[in-house]
Design a protein around this ligand. Structure first.
Ligand code: ZN
Ligand code: ZN
Length: 105
């Protein structure tokens, strides 16, 4: 956590150094905070499994053909980023794995 704060402080210092010439210029009205660039910090990573559907599959047993239902679900990974400058979050979701409830061809 201390490392993150240090990193954040460094980013702010660098940003302040880059924008220092503007500080001497006459301040523009209202939209200064809107134009500040985002500082995204990794906030959390969440995993969840979502059922997306089901399908039938056939299999053979004792020379007879049977039909069964297989449930399909997606294992999702959501990464959340937090921007301290504007106090908002952004998230990205990726499908990590497609899971079938039954083994079949
Ligand atoms: Zn932002
Ligand atoms: Zn399946």
């Amino acid at each position: 956590m201390r490392k993150i704060i240090f990193h954040l402080a460094m980013v702010i210092l660098v940003t302040a150094a880059l924008y220092s010439p503007d500080a001497q210029a006459s301040p523009t009205q209202g939209q200064e905070t809107e134009e500040e660039s985002h500082i995204w910090e990794h906030s959390s990573t969440n995993y969840e499994t979502v059922h997306v559907g089901s399908h039938e599959f056939d299999y053979w047993k004792n020379f007879l053909r049977y039909s069964r239902t297989c449930d399909v679900s997606h294992k999702l990974m959501t990464v959340v980023y937090y921007c301290d400058v504007h106090d908002h979050t952004e998230s990205e979701t990726h499908i990590e794995e497609v899971v079938h409830s039954h083994k079949h061809n």
